[in-house]
Design a protein around this ligand. Structure first.
Ligand SMILES: [Zn+2]
Length: 83
């Protein structure tokens, strides 16, 4: 498989690197962090793998997890998470 044809992104939690189509994209819309299912929303995105997204909402009260999300999206908390 040649590199460069499929855009790769890194999961913000486990740092796994894979095709962006295998990851879930989060971005900020109307002041809320939402799941960008079609990966069409503009702005910065934060990517999570399937394994991590299941745990993600539970882990949101963890300061480290939150700061990873905020860093990836270049936002400053607190922000509402809506997905
Ligand atoms: Zn992950």
């Amino acid at each position: 498989l040649k590199k460069g044809h499929i855009p790769e992104r890194t999961c913000i939690l486990c740092r796994k690197k894979t095709s962006k189509w295998e990851l879930f994209r989060l971005c900020v819309k109307d002041g809320k962090v939402v799941l960008d299912k079609k990966q069409t929303l503009g702005g910065r995105g934060a990517y999570l793998c399937e394994k991590c997204i299941k745990e993600f909402k539970k882990k949101l009260n963890n300061k480290k997890v939150r700061s990873k999300l905020f860093y990836a999206l270049r936002i400053k908390g607190p922000v509402e998470v809506d997905f």
